[in-house]
Design a protein around this ligand. Structure first.
Ligand SMILES: [Zn+2]
Length: 746
């Protein structure tokens, strides 16, 4: 734990400024001491804190205004470009506001880093998201109540849980900050239904001042944010979107030549950090292997990767071990790397907002950097495909609802692909997902987290035959097979609901390696294998006859229209003959903008670069002269590709045990952990067998236990099926499992 380590360094500084004040004191004493020194000079106090914690002498544009609004208790919408210093706007007042500043952020993966870096500069902060156990959540809330922290980061999905919401009662929220506030608007490019809950939470928290922050909001998104959050006459602070150190350019390129342009651009900024955005995961992989073949030390990042790998890639890019990252738009939200010298768009993105946000990750340190877009007229088709996936027609939405209603239960566990097959239209998974999102927003359904079920695995041949089939060279695979067989001999022989995550943890081998091995054996018919189920649990909240479904599709249709308009506008950016920076700023509503004087249009007058395909190197190097800095050390790829996965040695069953001991029911545990109930039951069986749960009376009534024990005596306890056959409907599978486990434990 990093608790209060920062305090040691800051104690002295604090004592100098605020007499006898430090964060280690009980909250009551703090409250009394806090205004001692600068009671009458709040502004002065804020500036001292700015200096102590951030090392800045002065605010950046807009920050002072926002902070003053908040200190005056006024809700404020903050629109600042990426890297403009948004987060300081709520972090700094948080230090002197009495209660807690609650920060809502969708960037779960980054919360820990954000909190760590706050702790490093002496600001006590913590976070709550799905990576924590229930017990940890409550522990942190308790500390918040005790005044241990000034900032609390929360993922908005948490508010779906009423228990959690209620646990917030009694916490004094002085400021409610909403990061990435455009996520609340369907006009934005990243709508998230969970954000619609925030209005209710703000009320629940007693209507503290709200700060809604975003880097990309067109005038209409701005209006929507205010409306959706129910803010009454909020202040709006917009700071300039102009990024004078960025140099923009577009090259029209044949598909086949794009990789060469990328190589040229990279070689013009040797040893520097850069991001290359691509339109799809497949293209990320493609371009990555091209770059590696050309000795560029690159890594790639997309949402299809395992979380562990994504984290590793991100870390290596952040700490400069990998210079170039090839990524889909899944990468970058909240990334705070200041020295990115270039951002290349390998494919045209879908909107100017997306483009400017992504390109704007270059040059946050204020040093010259370049933003290049490679454009091919076919790029538009890819974006149209996304738009279609993002905007399924109303008939499809209703059809999906109807399909769900056909289930008797209000809980439906299903994959998007299955749902897609059930409705007759051929719809990509993405459109199904969007349709569900839509129904969710309209209050007809609620989606829980994705659920993953076990896979099934059984040896068809005897172990030696399987080993022999792999051949003597497959040493690593044989080793994995040996480990599996060593731990799970009888399971593999009799058929096993394998959970790859758990198995990987137990035998300490990467999950993917096990899966690859199993697939190979399955292809050769040596094992019986059924891949794991991956689906979504859908809760039907409202049952209505189709003709009574009260959904206004006008907004939906407008959104589709809007998406095409936005696509036209980014394409216009490509074909635009004027200054590129100016085009973008005009798009965001800024008027009276001067030409930047350094984009390709400004430099070459009327887009020389675009119209001809001149000798590339020459033009590129002339164009972003100054963008490239000094060469830095090389990235030793081989070293850094060393194993990075730190597998947790804690058994997943122990997490279940903790929740079980806290008195949670099986379905609650399953919900909390995002696992299937059957998985939790299996965990309980394991825990009973290992003697970690001694008394099973709560799970199976004592009388029932006796009935089952009798059946076990008849049928033996090696297999559950004969016992079940013996008992028929008199006992459930789970009950039998628990009693058998109990007997084995003795
Ligand atoms: Zn220009």
């Amino acid at each position: 734990m990093t608790e209060t380590i920062w305090f040691v360094n800051l104690k002295l500084v604090y004592n100098k400024i605020f007499v006898n004040y430090n964060y280690n004191m009980p909250i009551e004493i703090k409250k009394q001491l806090m205004p001692l020194n600068r009671k009458d000079d709040l502004q002065g106090q804020m500036r001292e804190l700015l200096k102590i914690h951030y090392g800045f002498k002065d605010y950046r544009p807009g920050q002072a205004e926002v902070i003053n609004n908040i200190l005056a208790g006024k809700s404020t919408v903050v629109i600042m470009p990426t890297g403009g210093g948004k987060s300081l706007c709520y972090q700094l007042p948080a230090l002197i506001l009495e209660g807690i500043t609650m920060v809502i952020s969708p960037l779960i993966a980054l919360m820990k880093d954000q909190v760590d870096s706050l702790e490093r500069i002496g600001i006590p902060a913590t976070f709550i998201n799905s990576s924590l156990t229930l017990a940890e959540c409550y522990d942190r809330l308790e500390k918040v109540k005790n005044g241990r922290f000034k900032l609390l980061y929360i993922a908005p999905e948490r508010f779906y849980n009423n228990e959690f919401k209620n646990a917030l009662a009694g916490i004094k929220v002085s400021l409610f900050a909403i990061d990435e506030a455009h996520c609340i608007s369907q006009w934005g490019h990243d709508f998230r239904p969970s954000y619609l809950k925030l209005k209710e939470i703000i009320k629940f928290a007693g209507q503290p001042p709200v700060m809604a922050l975003t880097a990309t909001a067109t005038p209409e998104v701005r209006v929507d944010i205010i409306k959706q959050l129910d803010l009454e006459n909020p202040e709006i602070v917009i700071t300039g979107f102009s990024r004078p150190n960025l140099q923009f350019g577009v090259i029209q390129a044949d598909e086949g030549r794009k990789p060469e342009y990328v190589m040229d651009a990279i070689s013009s900024a040797p040893g520097q950090s850069g991001i290359i955005y691509v339109g799809t995961r497949a293209r990320a992989d493609e371009l990555l292997s091209y770059l590696l073949q050309n000795n560029i030390e690159a890594v790639s990042y997309h949402a299809g990767m395992e979380a562990e790998d994504r984290r590793w890639v991100q870390e290596n890019f952040m700490n400069g071990k990998a210079n170039v990252i090839v990524a889909t738009n899944a990468f970058g939200l909240g990334i705070d790397k200041k020295d990115i010298r270039f951002v290349i768009h390998y494919d045209m993105p879908g909107t100017v907002e997306a483009y400017y946000q992504e390109a704007g990750r270059a040059g946050r340190d204020g040093r010259p950097s370049f933003c290049l877009m490679l454009y091919n007229s076919r790029d538009r088709y890819l974006q149209e495909f996304f738009i279609k996936g993002d905007n399924p027609p109303p008939e499809v939405i209703l059809k999906i609802y109807e399909t769900l209603l056909n289930y008797n239960s209000d809980k439906v566990l299903i994959t998007y692909a299955e749902l897609g097959e059930m409705i007759t239209e051929s719809m990509p998974d993405m459109a199904i997902g969007t349709a569900l999102k839509f129904l969710e927003r309209e209050g007809y359904i609620l989606r829980s987290r994705e659920k993953a079920g076990s896979a099934y695995l059984k040896f068809n041949s005897d172990f030696d035959a399987i080993v022999n089939s792999l051949g003597p060279r497959a040493k690593i695979q044989i080793e994995i097979l040996n480990k599996l067989n060593g731990k799970f001999f009888s399971e593999l022989k009799n058929g096993w609901d394998i959970n790859f995550e758990e198995a990987a943890e137990i035998i300490n081998v990467k999950k993917d390696s096990i899966i690859r091995l199993v697939r190979k054996l399955s292809d050769e018919g040596l094992v019986e294998y059924r891949p794991p189920f991956r689906g979504t649990e859908i809760n039907i909240l409202k049952r209505a006859e189709l003709e009574n479904v009260d959904i206004d599709f006008t907004a939906h249709k407008n959104k589709l229209k809007k998406a095409y308009e936005k696509l036209d506008q980014i394409e216009e950016y490509v074909y635009n003959f004027g200054c590129r920076q100016k085009y973008i700023l005009n798009y965001f509503g800024e008027k009276d903008v001067e030409n930047c004087g350094k984009c390709d249009s400004c430099l070459t007058k009327n887009g020389y670069l675009r119209k001809h395909e001149p000798p590339r190197k020459k033009i590129l190097s002339r164009w972003h002269r100054g963008a490239a800095g000094k060469k830095t050390g090389n990235f030793a790829m081989s070293e850094n590709l060393a194993p990075k996965a730190k597998l947790s040695t804690k058994l997943t069953q122990l997490d279940t045990l903790e929740l079980y001991n806290n008195g949670l029911s099986i379905d609650k545990i399953a919900e909390q952990r995002g696992l299937k109930e059957s998985t939790i039951s299996a965990h309980l069986g394991y825990l009973i067998e290992k003697g970690l749960i001694k008394n099973i009376d709560k799970l199976v009534a004592p009388k029932q236990q006796n009935i089952i024990i009798k059946a076990i005596k008849k049928a033996g306890r090696e297999k559950l099926t004969p016992i079940k056959e013996e008992l028929g409907d008199k006992a459930s599978w789970d009950e039998i499992r628990y009693v058998v486990a109990k007997m084995k434990a003795k």
